[in-house]
Design a protein around this ligand. Structure first.
Ligand SMILES: O=C[C@H](O)[C@H](O)[C@H](O)COP(=O)(O)O
Length: 273
């Protein structure tokens, strides 16, 4: 009985030491990842603020993209409306963007009333050296592409982790492809057969089953594709597959991308001549 008690005692003492080390290591990692996260957040903010200041003027009709970086762009727009009495109207690209416009008390409009926009400010999941983009990591690619195509210029705001030489260098979650729900299996099979890789149905996190987009569709995330591809050609071919609604490949659409850097600076990239 005594042995038993002492065994439990030692074991729990050992356990306590281990727990303490784990706790400390966990704390250091937590602190590190917190500082990386806050650096990324600051980078998003610097890029978004600069892009808004450079590209939006009074009287503009502005497309509002989706995602976490665009939150800062809308914040800056709202501050300028208040301070400079900037007169702008906004067309959102998602439920989230519409909500952002409303919450920030900006003037909301749509493409029926304003089919031609001056500028669209949007985020990206990855930007390559040609300024081709992967978008749709948050599931908003269809309305984003429509609004961008109705804008005189598409201005991308991003942090340094999105800056790549080739699509797929950094962003490993795949190229999002929005599809009609009834067609997701044949489309998946076709993409994998023609181009290789895997096109996986995106599953929801706080819901059983797949992600359903703002437009009632599913998303296939196409991974392990050939990186040195002709994205313009592949995008054109993909949208011709019956049931494909849109792809997250934004080829030759962006006029400029702003990247917030780790050191607090912002660098920009324009397409090669
Ligand atoms: O579907 C989401 C959009 O394409 C976003 O613009 C993209 O995922 C980038 O989002 P974030 O600014 O949060 O990285």
């Amino acid at each position: 009985m005594i042995t038993c008690i002492s065994f439990i005692g030692k074991s729990s003492a050992f356990g306590t030491t281990n727990n303490l080390i784990n706790h400390k290591v966990g704390f250091v990692f937590q602190k590190l990842s917190f500082s990386v996260m806050s650096r990324i957040k600051e980078a998003k903010k610097s890029a978004a603020y600069l892009a808004v200041d450079k590209h939006v003027k009074s009287g503009d009709l502005v497309g509002i993209g989706s995602g976490s970086t665009v939150i800062f762009a809308v914040e800056r727009l709202a501050a300028r409306v208040k301070k400079e009495k900037l007169d702008i109207k906004c067309v959102p690209t998602s439920f989230q963007a519409r909500d952002l416009v409303i919450q920030n008390k900006l003037t909301l409009t749509n493409l029926e009333v304003c089919p031609e926009l001056d500028v669209c400010i949007d985020g990206a999941d990855e930007v390559d050296e040609n300024l081709d983009l992967i978008k749709g990591g948050g599931g908003c690619l269809l309305q984003e592409k429509i609004v961008a195509s109705c804008s005189k210029k598409l201005v991308i705001v991003a942090d340094y982790t999105k800056d790549s030489k080739r699509l797929g260098d950094q962003y490993k979650k795949g190229i999002p492809i929005e599809v009609a729900p009834m067609a997701y299996v044949p489309i998946k099979n076709r993409i994998e057969k023609i181009y290789g890789g895997n096109a996986e149905l995106r599953m929801a996190v706080a819901k059983a089953g797949p992600v359903v987009t703002d437009n009632g569709n599913f998303i296939l995330d196409w991974r392990e594709y050939k990186q040195d591809s002709d994205w313009g050609k592949i995008n054109t071919e993909l949208v011709l597959i019956p049931g494909v609604v849109e792809t997250g490949l934004f080829v030759k659409m962006a006029e400029v991308a702003y990247f917030g850097m780790e050191d607090g600076s912002v660098k920009n990239r324009v397409p090669p001549q």
